[in-house]
Ligand binder design. Structure first.
Ligand SMILES: NC(=O)c1ccc[n+]([C@@H]2O[C@H](COP(=O)([O-])OP(=O)(O)OC[C@H]3O[C@@H](n4cnc5c(N)ncnc54)[C@H](O)[C@@H]3O)[C@@H](O)[C@H]2O)c1
Length: 317
């Protein structure tokens, strides 16, 4: 099977690629290596993948339709795991256009190229942020959506676009609503890596909403396991799954736990208007679909990630 991973230099894309390559699959990957966060980290991830001779990288921007079309025409992929996007909620207030371009038009270009080149399945990243501040927790896939920022709007548009093209074409779509993924090779703009960096540099870390948020943190090892199973699974025309551990962690508790043994220069600040206050997903649907038992224990994965972080200088710059 010929698999393309978009956003392969990113956190989740790199982790899935590395997992598939270690099991001897061929992996094609594209990324535009944008500078939303350190390009050095993205290049380091690519170096890691380049150790495998079954990995083929192409620097392409999803908004360059001509390049994308030529690439698809030449390679004839069977399946696409689509993870390229402008991520991050806060940044969407400063740069809304970037989200519309990469996440909406980029996704549309990818779907049209897939349609024209007989791609059979697209597994794409959605986000828990499309639930907004849901009154009913944990949220299930059929619950009402309420977008609070342009990032969430683009993810919702992706789901609508997938639904439409699942009817207009032969492509099968699988949408994954990720809930705060963390782990080795993670994103430096997200809380857990900011905590680690702050410990090592003594740079002040600002804890929003005075730490009252809850986040349904989900370990990357669980995510790669799920995506690998979905790649090889027969599914319906368009299915959407919550990808979460169903175990919300209070940020104050997390900070207290870490501060017991490690110094942290922290300051508690008020709520940011872009933020969803609590995320908590019901994961029964994905568990049932893939026969999964349990998700990795949060603190075990958190400290395992910390051990990994200690050895990776590039994140501390
Ligand atoms: N990490 C999480 O907790 C989380 C939560 C919810 C949803 N998601 C979604 O999962 C996906 C992967 O997230 P991630 O955490 O790995 O993010 P990431 O930023 O590490 O990876 C995304 C990659 O896409 C690339 N990219 C951005 N715009 C592009 C474009 N126009 N053309 C080509 N490449 C482009 C970037 O260079 C980056 O390497 C994203 O769609 C994100 O919105 C992630």
């Amino acid at each position: 099977m010929k698999i393309l991973i978009t956003g392969v230099a990113g956190f989740i894309g790199h982790s899935i690629a590395a997992d598939l390559l270690s099991k001897k699959h061929y992996v094609y990957g594209l990324d535009n290596l944008d500078n939303y966060y350190s390009i050095k980290i993205k290049k380091k991830r690519l170096n890691n993948l380049n150790k495998y001779n079954k990995f083929f990288f192409k620097k392409i921007d999803l908004n360059n339709k001509k390049n994308l079309e030529n690439y698809f025409k030449r390679k004839k992929f069977d399946l696409v795991v689509h993870l390229a996007a402008q991520a991050g909620v806060r940044y969407s207030f400063e740069n809304p256009e970037k989200y519309i371009n990469s996440n909406f038009f980029g996704f549309l270009n990818l779907v049209l190229c897939s349609r024209d080149n007989n791609v059979k399945k697209i597994i794409y990243a959605s986000s828990s942020s499309i639930y907004g501040d849901s009154k009913k927790l944990p949220v299930s896939e059929k619950d009402k959506l309420s977008t609070k920022n342009i990032y969430a709007v683009t993810k919702k548009l992706n789901e609508d676009t997938a639904e439409l093209y699942s009817k207009l074409t032969n492509i099968k779509f699988v949408g994954l609503r990720f809930f705060t993924i963390f782990g080795e090779w993670g994103r430096p703009d997200m809380l857990i890596f900011k905590v680690f960096k702050s410990h090592f540099t003594n740079k002040k870390i600002y804890i929003n909403n005075y730490g009252h948020h809850y986040r349904d943190f989900t370990y990357i090892g669980d995510v790669t396991k799920i995506i690998k199973k979905l790649i090889f699974k027969k599914l319906s025309k368009h299915d959407i799954f919550n990808i979460c551990s169903n175990n919300p962690i209070n940020i104050n508790e997390l900070i207290k736990n870490f501060s017991k043994n490690y110094k942290l220069n922290k300051q508690f600040v008020k709520l940011h208007k872009a933020d969803v206050i609590n995320t908590h997903g019901n994961n029964n649907k994905i568990k049932k679909q893939l026969n999964l038992n349990s998700f990795t224990n949060f603190y075990k994965a958190f400290y395992k990630t910390f051990e990994w972080y200690k050895k990776n200088k590039i994140y501390k710059i």
